[in-house]
Design a protein around this ligand. Structure first.
Ligand code: GLN
Length: 488
């Protein structure tokens, strides 16, 4: 079986038909990881024996006739999801010794479905970044060009799927960390509506923005995985109780009459010419599929990055205060007293970007600045939500580029944090509004690097978004292209 060209759905069929066992499948993926990942760095932890034990259990379940669609399928998990007995680092030295004593809700759901944990993927430290250059475990290379970044913060998950080291991987998106790396690595990725996937056991960065999701080659595969990931969980107070939905049910629905909103602010200035060309070609494909274009406006788009960089650090400074060297994580080996122990442990355990966020966040929440920054940002956040509300009165989905350019080179943006922050200009407002968004491959730009098309929908329109993506993927084959190194 050629894992570079076999989709998750086909793997599931082969398992059910006993053409391959889960153990054989797991061994094949572990073999690919052993061969290819030393050059990519997409995994932090692999535990072969543990994965193979799960595979044997899955094979027994398949034999007993009680298997579901993900039984026996290996899934890679971003190292932000706590998995019992697994090292769970969040890409940080702070958690470099943390073996989780419990499972995240997402992990529980996969365990119940009989999926295997293939390994834990590399990421920007505490999910702060757009290039996976801030990980304590080293940077991840883009499988299309090892001199380029894979995007971030879920760069490990995206690179692993792009190189077909895993059929799918979990990821999280606070300001773009699913859609941006999916775009730069030429794969599909969905960030669901805020509240659809439980945040329990997903290490918190900015709680009002964080949302778990998935990356995979195709929209169909995203739907299959999302069926298992989504669901109410009482331990997350923002988890939403809704009846279970089959995200693959509408995949084939024709797109006749679909109104595509094109925000004026997502086109023109700030988008590189190669990306613009690929997006225009994708829009023409959608017109052939029966869709029409509607010009819309999201007037506060330019404010989304500044608003995010007040709110996300504010929430992060509070969330990260739990890392004090006492209960878990890194503790300095030498200190004078308790206060000194806190200081040294945090100084040694956190990297530069995390410290920058904690400082900014503490500042905007401090007395005297709270009204001017934090409160004002909350007000503008509401305006951004309202922008989307009026937009969805005129169109069914919104489309545009996922990123302003194709993958950039290592070190290109590390010396200027603001340049790095701007790589999320098209994705961040979606998190501020809590809407679902996805990115799918839509051709190639400069240097033969992938371009991502972003599709944004109204609340809980995941099934529709996947339908819109799937129809395009039936008419094109960008999602089936793999980087040369994966063709082994
Ligand atoms: N790049 C953004 C940041 O650095 C978003 C990260 C994310 O979505 N986790 O905060």
């Amino acid at each position: 079986m050629n894992l570079a060209t076999t989709s998750l759905r086909q793997l599931a069929q082969a398992l059910q038909a006993r053409q391959i066992s889960s153990r054989e499948l797991a061994e094949a993926y572990l073999g690919r990881i052993a061969r290819l990942d030393p050059g990519l760095g997409s995994f932090i932890t692999i535990d072969r024996e543990r994965t193979l034990r799960q595979a044997d259990a899955a094979d027994a379940r398949i034999a007993s006739g009680t298997a579901g669609p993900l039984t026996g399928i290996p899934i890679a998990h971003k190292d932000i999801f706590c998995a019992q007995g697994w090292l769970t680092t969040c890409g940080s030295k702070m958690l470099s010794n943390f073996v989780s004593p419990y499972d995240a809700h997402v992990i529980e759901q996969f365990e119940a479905a009989g999926a295997l944990i293939l390994g834990k993927t590399n990421m920007d430290e505490f999910a702060m970044g757009s290039s996976t250059e801030t990980s304590f475990y080293g940077r991840v290379k883009n499988p299309w060009d090892p001199t380029k970044v894979p995007g971030g913060s879920s760069g490990g998950s995206a690179a692993a799927v792009a190189a077909r080291l895993a059929p799918a991987a979990t990821a999280t998106d606070t300001g773009g960390s699913i859609r941006q790396p999916a775009a730069l690595c030429g794969i599909s990725g969905i960030k669901p509506t805020y509240g659809l996937v439980s945040r329990y056991g997903m290490i918190a960065f900015a709680s009002s923005l964080d949302q778990g999701g998935v990356v995979a080659p195709s929209a169909e595969d995203l739907g299959i995985v999302l069926n298992t990931m989504a669901g109410f969980d009482a331990r997350d107070s923002t988890s939403i109780a809704r009846p279970a939905e089959d995200y693959t049910a509408q995949l084939d629905k024709p797109l006749q009459g679909l109104r595509i909103g094109l925000p004026r602010e997502f086109f023109g200035g700030g988008v590189s010419a190669d990306v613009e060309r690929a997006i225009e070609a994708a829009l023409q494909e959608y017109e052939r599929l029966g869709a029409t274009r509607v010009e819309i406006s999201l007037p506060n788009t330019a404010l989304s990055v500044p608003v995010y960089y007040v709110l996300a650090p504010a929430e992060a400074s509070s969330n990260l205060s739990r890392f004090d060297g006492v209960r878990y994580g890194w503790r300095a080996s030498r200190y004078e007293d308790l206060g000194d122990m806190y200081e040294r442990s945090r100084a040694e355990g956190f990297g530069a970007e995390v410290k920058r966020r904690i400082l900014t966040g503490t500042y905007v929440l401090s007395r005297g600045y709270y009204d001017a920054y934090y409160l004002q940002a909350q007000r503008v956040r509401r305006l951004i939500v309202n922008d989307f509300k009026s937009a969805f009165a005129q169109c069914d989905v919104i489309m545009g580029p996922s990123t302003p350019s194709v993958a950039f080179g290592f070190g290109e943006k590390t010396s200027d944090p603001v340049q790095m922050y701007l790589s999320d200009i098209f994705t961040i407002s979606v998190n501020l509004a809590g809407l679902p968004g996805l990115s799918i491959p839509a051709g190639f730009g400069e240097g033969g690097l992938p371009v991502g098309l972003q599709i944004i929908g109204d609340y809980f329109s995941e099934a529709r978004l996947l339908n819109v993506a799937h129809r395009y993927q039936q008419a094109t084959d960008w999602h089936a292209r793999v980087p040369a190194l994966a063709n082994v």
